[in-house]
Design a protein around this ligand. Structure first.
Ligand code: SF4
Length: 242
């Protein structure tokens, strides 16, 4: 039974857990020493004790509101912010909402989303264990690729979502997600499967599920990328449990 004392300890335990995950991910990204006198802050510059991920995500969602920062707002039915657990260890980032996502206001709910669900299950997780979002939050007309100015307008929201959640690993689905976070023009074929970092967080890029539906022969390559993702999660979990 939850007592007043255990309930008051929960925020402290959550903050300690966050701090430990953050330090572990810094260590795994090669940081050996923390300079004296430098306060430990999250990448967004917020003191780690200030707010939990769910509160920060909710505040960000409220801030986006009825966003009209780029032309994509003109053709959308719903803005698709993101879906999943604010405490997720694994964050998936796709390109943009499609027809079904625009109608429902949720990411990855069409055929590509069903394939992503199967990929998540094959990794031994449930959709509600992870967090899923896109680089741009509104559907481009006729599912065209997002323009550079649209990505520039919307990607700061993505960056702040990541900073709010502080996942252990980010899995980038497809060209636009990989090029945006990794700041490169290289193709997804060149970027996939290699471990990189975004602000200290390990990142693995793989093919977008919509591409896999059109090119099922690439599913094996994508699965090898997801194995890397699972290895990274287990590596951090092992370091955390020491
Ligand atoms: Fe705003 Fe992003 Fe939608 Fe553009 S795509 S209107 S920046 S939420």
């Amino acid at each position: 039974m939850e007592t007043e004392q255990t309930s008051s300890l929960q925020p402290v335990q959550r903050q300690l857990r966050q701090l430990r995950w953050l330090l572990t991910s810094y260590r795994l990204s090669g940081l050996q020493h923390w300079p004296r006198g430098v306060p430990i802050k999250e990448p967004c510059g917020v003191d780690i004790a200030v707010e939990d991920p769910a509160t920060r995500l909710a505040a960000l969602c409220q801030e986006i509101g009825d966003c009209r920062r780029c032309r994509l707002h003109q053709s959308r039915t719903n803005l698709v912010f993101g879906d999943g657990s604010a405490a997720a260890r694994l964050l998936f980032v796709g390109e943009a909402p499609g027809y079904d996502e625009d109608r429902q206001g949720l990411p990855f709910v069409g055929r590509a989303g069903q394939l992503l669900d199967k990929m998540i299950q094959a990794m031994g997780m449930r959709r509600l264990d992870v967090y899923i979002c896109n680089v741009v939050k509104c559907r481009p007309p006729q599912n065209r690729n997002p323009d550079a100015d649209e990505v520039a307008a919307c990607s700061p929201f993505l960056f702040r979502q990541i900073e709010a959640i502080q996942p252990v690993v980010i899995c980038l689905l497809g060209t636009y997600a990989a090029q945006t976070l990794l700041e490169t023009n290289s193709s997804i074929s060149q970027l996939r499967g290699k471990q990189r970092y975004w602000r200290g967080i390990p990142v693995v890029a793989t093919f977008h599920p919509a591409y896999l539906l059109r090119n099922p022969a690439q599913k094996a390559a994508s699965w090898s990328d997801l194995i890397k993702v699972m290895e990274l999660i287990n590596k951090v979990r092992g370091a955390y449990d020491q």
